[in-house]
Design a protein around this ligand. Structure first.
Ligand code: PEP
Ligand code: MG
Length: 888
C-alpha cells in the first residue's frame, strides 16, 4: 500500500512561497523541516526543497532499507525541486546540488549528520566550474563533498594510527605546494585530492564512491537516518530526556553558496543576545564561506555588524527578516543564513538556546513588550536552567592571575584540574574529580567529556562554535577562542602569557568574562537580578504547591528565606551534633552505660539544640519549621580511626577497650535498616524528650519576642503505627509540660516521615496518630527498590546506559513504583484524616519532573536544598499550569 494513502504522506515539499508542511508539524518534520516550511509560507527567501518524515526514520531503522514507497515519493519530490530551482539533478551543464540535513523534533545541535554539495560528480563538478566561472570553488566544493560523504556514509576518517586520513592527504599536498588553505590549491590539485579521497574510501571500505547523484542521495538519506542512533546523539538525548523512538526527519534542500566570492558569505545569528538576553541582533558572519565554516570554528568569524559594511542590502533584509521571525514565533530565534552573490537566503530558524540569565530577561521583557503573557513567560523557562543563575562567580575582590582571555561563551565560574581529551575528562569526572576540558576546538565526539567536565576551554572558535553552543545548552561555564593559548594535546600542556599549565594543574575559568585563570580562584554566589525576582513572583502567583527548604542551621534557614522558601520542611537535627565540640557531649551520651549517665550528657546538649532551634525559628519568622528527631544509627557519631578511638578514651577517662566494646556493640550489618530513626527514640526515650524540650523552649523564647513560631515535630523511619503512637505520646507529654510550665500557648504539630513501604501501605492507620506526613523519598526509594543509596552509584549508571531504568530513581522519582506508594499513602492518609498535611522532603523535592508528579498526586508542599528552592518554585508553577504533562 502506498505511504500516501490514509494520510501517510512521507515527503513534504517547500519552495517558491508554497509548502506542504508548517510550523506545527515538528513531530514529523523535525524542528528544521517544520520551520523552513513555515518560513516559505511567510514569503521569506528559503531555497526550495523537501522534508522526509521522521516516521520514515523509525521504519528505516527497523527495516534497514529505504521503503519502496519512500523512494517513489522522494523521486517525485526531486522532480518538483528541479522545477522549483530551474536546475536538474546530475545535469552536466548546470547541476542542481542539494544539502541533506538531519533534524529531529527537539534540537540536538551538531549531534546528527548533514551532507552538503550532494550531486557533485566528475561530470557535474565541471558544469559547476563553468557555471560559476570559478573552478577552484567548484572543485573545492567537490573535495568537501567527497570528504563529508566519506565520513558520514562510509564512516571513513581516522586511521589505525589515529591520524585523520582526509586531513593528512590535504595537509601533505598543501605542504608540497606551500599554501595554507585548500581553496588556494590549483583546480588540478583539488581534483587530484578528490581522486585521493575516493581512493581512501575504496581502500578502507572496499566500496566505490558513487558517481550517480541519485545513488549518492539514497546513501545520504540512509546515513542521516542512521545518525539518529550514533553514540553522541544517544548521549545527548539521555542528558536532555529526549525520547529515543522519535527519529530524525531529513531535509533535502537546494544548495546556495556562501563561498562564491566576496559578495557571498554565511552567518549565524540570534534575534537577541543569547548570553545576556539584551534585545539586539547578535551573531557572526564569515565572508566567502559556507555555513559549516562558521559552526566548526575553523575560521574565526567576524561580528554580524561587519556584514552591514560588506553587504548592506542583504544585511538590512536580514535584520528585517529576523524581526519578522521573532514576532511570528514570539520567541528569540536562532537563524542560519547564506548570502549568494548578494542575495539573502534563510536556511534555518529555531528557538534560540540561551543562558538562564538571557531566558529570564527575554521572558520578562517580552511580557513588557506585549508579545507574550505572564503565564507563557513562566512556562518558557526550564527550571533546571535556573541552576546557572544560582551558581558561583569569581570573587571580585580576589587577586587572580589571568593567563589568557577568550570569548565568554557560557557564564558562571568553575575550578578544576586540566585535562586534554574527552575520555580522560569522562573518566576523572566519573571518579568525582573536578576537571576542566581544554581543547583546540571541540567536536560532537567530545560531548561525553563536556558532560563530565566542570567547564570547557577552547583556543579556537567563536560564540556559535560547537563548544559554545553545547556548553550554553548545558548551563556549563565555557570560554572559547582563547587565541593566546598554545594548546598541545600530545604533550598534554598549554601555555600562554609565559605560563605553562600541565595536565592535572588547577585552573579557574570565568565564563562570564572569558578569563582563564591560573590556580584555584575563590568563588562567590551570584545575585540573580531584578528580572529573576519578577519572574519568580509570577511563578508564585500560579503555584499551588508550597515550597520549603531542607535547612539545619540558622544560616541555612536565612539563606533558604532569601531564595523564597516558605518554611523548613526538614531540619536534620543530627547535623547540629557534629558542630564544634558538641560531638564530645554526643559521644559521652552514647558511651554512657546507664540512664543517669545518658541524661547527664543530654542536659549539656539541650541548650545547644535550643539555641539552634531558636535561631531557625527567628530566621523563619512565622513560617513553619519541621524538625526531625534524631535519625542516624549512633555508630555514625563514633570514631573509626584507632588513633581517634584512643583520643576519645583519654578524653572520657575510659579504657580504650571499653570504648572499643561500645563501638563494636553498635556495629550493624545493615545500619540503614538497623537501629536508627524512631527506633532510637523508642529504646532511648530520653533522647526524644531532650529534643522536644529544646524545641518547645526555643519556641517559647522566640514567641516571647513577638515572633510567630510554628513547630512541627517529625518522627523518622516509622514502619508501624504503634511506633509513632509511642513516640507521639512522649512528644506531646513533654511539649505540653513545658508549655504549661512556661504558661505559653504555642500550637505545634506532631507528624511522621513516610520512608518505608510498610508506612505507605498502612498510611490510614498511621494517619490516626499523625498531624502530617512527609515523604522521605530518599529512604523510600532505597527501601522500595532494595537499593542502597550509598552503594548504588557503582552499578546504577549501567542500568541507565543499558536502558533498564530511564533515569536515576534517586534523582527523579520512580513514578510507577515509589510514586505509587506516595499516591497510595497520601490517599489512605487523607481518607482517615482529611486535614492531613502532606509534604515531600527527599532530594526529589527539587527535581522538576518529580515536582510535577507530586502536584499530580496532591502533595501540599515540597522541601529541598536552599539552592533548589527557586527551581522547585518554578517547577511547581509549571505543574499548576499543566505545562509539563505528567507521564502516567
Ligand atoms: C529521606 O529519606 O528522604 C530523607 C529526607 O531523610 P534522609 O535523607 O536524612 O535519610
Ligand atoms: Mg530518610
Amino acid at each position: 500500500m502506498s505511504e500516501r494513502t490514509n494520510g501517510n504522506k512521507a515527503v513534504f515539499s517547500f519552495g517558491n512561497g508554497h509548502a506542504d508542511g508548517h510550523a506545527g508539524m515538528s513531530d514529523i518534520l523535525g524542528g528544521k523541516g517544520a520551520n523552513v516550511a513555515e518560513m516559505t509560507r511567510m514569503g521569506i527567501p528559503v531555497p526550495p526543497g523537501f522534508t522526509i518524515s521522521a516516521k520514515m526514520c523509525q521504519r528505516y531503522l527497523q527495516e534497514g532499507d529505504i521503503p519502496a514507497s519512500l523512494r517513489e515519493e522522494v523521486t517525485a519530490a526531486m522532480s518538483g525541486l528541479e522545477e522549483a530551482s530551474g536546475r536538474r539533478f546530475g545535469d552536466a551543464d548546470d547541476p542542481l546540488l542539494v544539502s541533506v540535513r538531519s533534524g529531529g523534533k527537539f534540537s540536538m545541535p551538531g549531534m546528527m549528520d548533514t551532507i552538503l554539495n550532494l550531486g557533485l560528480t566528475d561530470e557535474t563538478a565541471k558544469g559547476l566550474a563553468r557555471q560559476s566561472n570559478n573552478p577552484s570553488f567548484a572543485y573545492d566544493s567537490y573535495r568537501r563533498f567527497v570528504e563529508m560523504y566519506g565520513r558520514v556514509v562510509y564512516g571513513v576518517g581516522a586511521s589505525a594510527d589515529g591520524v585523520d586520513q582526509f586531513e593528512r592527504a590535504l595537509h601533505e599536498l598543501q605542504k608540497t605546494r606551500d599554501v595554507s588553505r585548500a581553496i588556494d590549491l590549483s583546480p588540478a590539485d583539488l581534483l587530484s585530492l578528490v581522486r585521493d579521497y575516493k581512493e581512501i574510501v575504496w581502500r578502507v571500505t572496499g566500496s566505490r564512491f558513487p558517481d550517480d547523484p541519485r545513488e549518492q542521495l539514497w546513501g545520504a538519506i540512509g546515513a542521516v537516518f542512521t545518525s539518529w542512533n550514533n553514540q553522541r546523539a544517544v548521549n545527548y538525548r539521555r542528558l536532555n530526556a529526549i525520547p529515543n523512538d522519535l527519529g530524525t526527519a531529513v531535509t533535502v534542500m537546494a544548495m546556495v553558496f556562501g563561498n562564491l566570492g566576496e559578495d557571498s558569505g554565511s552567518g549565524v545569528a540570534f534575534s537577541r543576545d543569547p548570553s545576556t538576553g539584551e534585545k539586539r541582533l547578535f551573531g557572526e558572519f564569515l565572508a566567502n564561506a559556507q555555513g559549516e565554516d562558521v559552526v566548526a570554528g575553523t575560521r574565526d568569524p567576524e561580528p554580524l555588524e561587519s556584514m552591514g559594511k560588506r553587504l548592506p542590502d542583504a544585511y538590512a533584509e536580514f535584520k528585517r527578516t529576523a524581526a519578522l521571525l521573532e514576532n511570528h514565533y514570539r520567541d528569540m530565534q536562532d537563524l542560519e543564513f547564506t548570502v549568494e552573490r548578494g542575495k539573502l537566503y534563510l536556511l534555518q530558524t529555531r528557538t534560540g538556546k540561551r543562558t538562564a540569565r538571557a531566558a529570564v530577561r527575554v521572558a520578562v521583557e517580552m511580557v513588557a513588550e506585549g508579545a507574550i503573557d505572564r503565564r507563557t513567560a513562566v512556562t518558557r523557562i526550564d527550571p533546571n536552567q535556573l541552576n546557572q543563575l544560582l551558581h558561583p562567580t569569581i570573587d571580585s575582590a580576589a587577586h587572580v592571575d589571568v593567563i589568557a582571555r577568550g570569548l565568554p561563551a557560557s557564564p558562571g565560574a568553575a575550578v578544576g584540574k586540566v585535562v586534554f581529551d574527552a575520555e580522560t575528562a569522562a573518566e576523572r569526572g566519573a571518579a568525582g574529580e573536578h576537571v576542566i576540558l581544554v581543547r583546540r576546538e571541540t567536536s560532537p565526539d567530545d560531548f561525553h567529556g563536556m558532560v563530565a567536565a566542570q567547564a570547557i576551554l577552547t583556543a579556537r572558535g567563536g560564540m556559535t562554535s560547537h563548544a559554545a553552543v553545547v556548553a550554553r545548552g548545558m548551563g556549563k561555564c565555557c570560554v572559547v577562542g582563547a587565541r593566546e593559548l598554545d594548546v598541545d594535546p600530545v604533550r598534554r600542556l598549554f601555555s600562554g602569557n609565559g605560563v605553562t599549565i600541565r595536565e592535572g594543574d588547577w585552573v579557574t575559568l570565568d565564563g562570564s568574562e572569558g578569563r582563564v585563570i591560573q590556580g584555584r580562584a575563590p568563588l562567590t554566589l551570584p545575585e540573580p537580578g531584578a528580572e529573576f525576582d519578577t519572574l519568580m513572583s509570577w511563578a508564585d502567583e500560579f503555584r499551588a504547591m508550597g515550597v520549603r527548604a531542607n535547612a539545619d542551621t540558622p544560616e541555612d534557614a536565612a539563606q533558604a528565606r532569601s531564595f523564597g522558601a516558605e518554611g523548613i520542611g526538614l531540619c536534620r537535627t543530627e547535623h547540629m551534633f557534629f558542630e564544634g565540640d558538641r560531638i564530645h557531649t554526643m559521644r559521652e551520651m552514647i558511651l554512657a552505660t546507664d540512664l543517669a549517665g545518658r541524661r547527664r550528657a543530654l542536659v549539656q546538649l539541650l541548650p545547644m539544640q535550643r539555641s539552634d532551634f531558636a535561631g531557625i525559628f527567628r530566621a523563619m519568622n512565622g513560617f513553619p519549621v519541621t524538625i526531625r528527631l534524631l535519625d542516624p544509627p549512633l555508630h555514625e557519631f563514633l570514631p573509626r580511626d584507632p588513633a581517634e578511638v584512643d583520643r576519645l578514651a583519654e578524653l572520657m577517662d575510659l579504657p580504650v577497650t571499653a570504648v572499643q566494646r561500645v563501638i563494636d556493640g553498635l556495629t550493624e550489618a545493615n545500619p540503614m535498616l538497623g537501629h536508627r530513626g524512631c527506633r532510637l527514640g523508642i529504646l532511648y526515650p530520653e533522647i526524644t524528650e531532650m529534643q522536644v524540650h529544646a524545641i518547645i523552649e526555643a519556641a517559647c523564647e522566640v514567641a516571647a519576642e513577638g515572633i510567630r513560631v510554628i513547630p512541627e515535630i517529625m518522627v523518622p523511619l516509622v514502619a508501624h503505627v504503634e511506633e509513632l503512637r509511642q513516640q507521639a505520646t512522649i512528644v506531646r507529654q513533654t511539649a505540653d509540660r513545658i508549655l504549661t510550665e512556661r504558661k505559653a500557648q504555642i500550637p505545634y504539630l506532631v507528624g511522621t516521615m513516610i520512608e518505608l513501604p510498610r508506612a505507605a501501605l498502612t498510611a490510614d492507620e498511621i494517619a490516626k496518630v499523625a498531624d502530617f506526613f512527609s515523604f522521605g523519598t530518599n529512604d523510600l526509594t532505597q527501601t522500595t527498590y532494595g537499593l542502597s543509596r550509598d552503594d548504588a552509584g557503582r552499578f546504577l549508571p549501567y542500568y541507565m546506559d543499558s536502558g533498564i531504568l530511564p533515569a536515576d530513581p534517586f534523582q527523579t522519582i520512580d513514578q510507577d513504583g515509589v510514586g505509587k506508594l506516595i499516591e497510595m499513602g497520601t490517599r489512605l492518609g487523607r481518607r482517615r484524616n482529611p486535614k492531613l498535611k502532606v509534604g515531600v522532603c527527599g532530594e526529589h523535592g527539587g527535581d522538576p519532573a518529580s515536582v510535577d508528579f507530586f502536584q499530580h498526586v496532591g502533595i501540599n508542599y515540597v522541601s529541598c536544598s536552599s539552592f533548589r528552592v527557586p527551581i522547585a518554585r518554578l517547577a511547581a508553577a509549571q505543574a499548576s499550569l499543566g505545562a509539563r504533562a505528567p507521564t502516567d
